[in-house]
Ligand binder design. Structure first.
Ligand SMILES: Nc1ncnc2c1ncn2[C@@H]1O[C@H](COP(=O)(O)OP(=O)(O)OP(=O)(O)O)[C@@H](O)[C@H]1O
Ligand SMILES: [Mg+2]
Length: 506
């Protein structure tokens, strides 16, 4: 191999290298078909390029009703997204069926969406739900991963290629997909940078092309996986696969928290005199209130190119979830936190339930974390981890998570495990001797103090009385109260009791 360090190979070089690699490593001779990896040759109609079977007939209200089953609050965003996305897909359906004879409208813009809202309040969740419901491929990317040239980080076009992968190679299906890009606020040109912030503006421009309409090459030199696929496929079929994806119908949804945007809006509102010559009472306005007034101008000031904002005609705003909202999220029958934990425990045969006050406390704690519904997972895990670790190796088969347990999971769990091991030990002892042991508080404390890593309190209890079963039988009692001294000196204490039992009455 020639030394081409520091330079990207041409597709041909890349192909030769890969073929050589396959030969050296696996002894595979690749077919010598011409692989025009970056070419534009139209492919023959392979099955994977067939028109997908689309069901885009949902009305906005149907889609909204579907989302309402899952999503707590965020009424505005749910309404806007359900309506615009339902229309987008119905329009595509209609265009395929009836719209062909209508004149083409030049320069029309599809309803790409800009979502503004803090972390963990349902941005990704809502879009994912919609994509699942409509059965369209969905990919999620992170704007911070892209660089202008694409080769350093990722290339925005990778998202389109990912869509094809999600659509299992069906390009036509991918062309109806949804691309979701998080942290879009991070590619706003930073005002602190002197002159234009070239790289971020560059990423915006690259995205702009995709959001409008462009053809994306399926195979690129820097994506080794796709190159390998191409070579393998060519080797198999002797034909080069189809390589272009059109983005005309792909819906783009970009989202971010947009910290600081509220200040820009406040400043603008302050400059505008309103009615009666008075100032806007901006001090009392909170962030949500300000964001309700966001304008294109504010977003440009934030650091976006006006053309970029122009390709995002739909705005969806999401607001913080308060404690009640978080509680509602927890109570939702589809919620992954509660339902997920119930299943985690069910895997061990343990029936987990949540007390109402425990849920309330979890919601309050999650609210303090300021990470929206994401905080719920963290606080629930924190409360449940000791139980999840300990209970599977005990006889406990039911757990009701109480408020007390959320406050002090370690202690509550220890108590539960303790009681469970004692219960099993008492049961075993009864089976072996017919005697029911009943432990005083002091006796339990003694076991707690003396049980160590090697023996559970129950095992310790049994070991203290091992070899003394005859003594219990001599007591001729159905049940025996176990005292602290009986555990400390079992033989002496029991013998003393027996002696007392048999002492002739005077
Ligand atoms: N409004 C909501 N209703 C019901 N569940 C929600 C809601 N918001 C968030 N969740 C739950 O929290 C999880 C995380 O939310 P999501 O991924 O939508 O956050 P996000 O808004 O995209 O935040 P980020 O900006 O951090 O990506 C979801 O998978 C969902 O289970
Ligand atoms: Mg998200």
């Amino acid at each position: 191999m020639a030394d081409r360090k520091g330079k990207l190979p041409s597709p041909e070089e890349m192909q030769r290298d890969i073929q050589q690699f396959l030969k050296d490593k696996y002894g595979v001779e690749t077919a010598q078909a011409e692989v025009d990896m970056l070419g534009t040759r139209e492919s023959e109609t392979a099955p994977e390029h067939e028109e997908p079977d689309l069901h885009f007939e949902m009305t906005p209200r149907e889609l909204e009703a579907y989302l309402r089953q899952y999503v707590v609050q965020q009424d505005d965003a749910v309404e806007v997204l359900a309506t615009k996305i339902a229309t987008h897909f119905n329009r595509m359906r209609w265009e395929r069926e009836d719209g062909r004879s209508w004149p083409v409208i030049p320069g029309q813009i599809k309803p790409n969406v800009l979502m503004i809202g803090p972390t963990g309040v349902g941005k990704t969740y809502i879009v994912k739900l919609i994509a699942d419901r409509l059965g369209v491929p969905f990919v999620k990317g992170d704007a911070t991963k892209f660089s202008e040239t694409g080769y350093v980080g990722g290339d925005v076009e990778d998202l389109v290629r990912d869509l094809v992968r999600v659509a299992k190679g069906n390009i036509k299906h991918a062309e109806y997909g949804i691309i979701y890009i998080d942290e879009i606020d991070k590619i706003a040109a930073s005002p602190s940078v002197a002159g234009p912030d070239v790289s971020r503006t560059g990423v915006q421009r690259n995205l702009l092309k995709l959001m409008e309409e462009t053809e994306v090459e399926l195979r690129v030199p820097h994506d080794l996986a796709s190159q390998m696929e191409a070579v393998m496929e060519t080797q198999r079929t002797g034909k080069a696969p189809q390589k272009k994806v059109n983005t005309k119908n792909i819906l783009f949804i970009v989202a971010g928290a947009f910290n600081g945007l509220d200040d820009i809006i406040r400043r603008r509102l302050n400059r505008q005199p309103i009615g009666f010559g008075g100032d806007v009472d901006t001090k009392v306005r909170d962030r949500d209130d300000l964001l309700a007034n966001v304008s294109t101008q504010d977003l440009i000031e934030y650091g976006f190119e006006s053309e970029f904002i122009g390709r995002l005609p739909v705005l969806a705003r999401l607001t913080d979830l308060n404690v009640d909202g978080l509680l509602e999220v927890l109570a939702n029958p589809y919620n992954a936190v509660v339902q997920g934990k119930i299943r985690d425990f069910a895997a061990y045969g343990i029936d987990l339930t949540f007390d109402e006050r425990a849920l309330q406390l979890l919601a309050e704690r999650a609210y303090e974390e300021k990470t929206g519904a994401r905080g719920l997972t963290r606080v629930a895990e924190r409360a449940l981890i000791p139980f999840e670790k300990q209970l599977p190796s005990t006889s406990v088969r039911e757990l009701m998570l109480t408020e007390h347990a959320v406050r002090d999971p370690g202690a509550v769990c220890e108590r539960l495990v303790f009681d469970a091991t004692i219960r099993s030990a008492v049961l075993q002892f009864k089976e072996e001797t017919g005697v029911i042991l009943s432990l005083s508080k002091a006796a339990k404390n003694w076991l707690a103090e003396h049980a160590d890593g090697h023996k559970t309190p129950g095992e310790l209890l049994l070991s203290r009385f091992a070899g003394l079963h005859y003594a219990f039988n001599l007591l001729e009692r159905e049940s025996v109260n176990v005292t602290r001294s009986m555990l400390a000196q079992p033989r002496d204490t029991l013998e003393g009791m027996i002696r007392k039992n048999y002492r002739p009455r005077e």
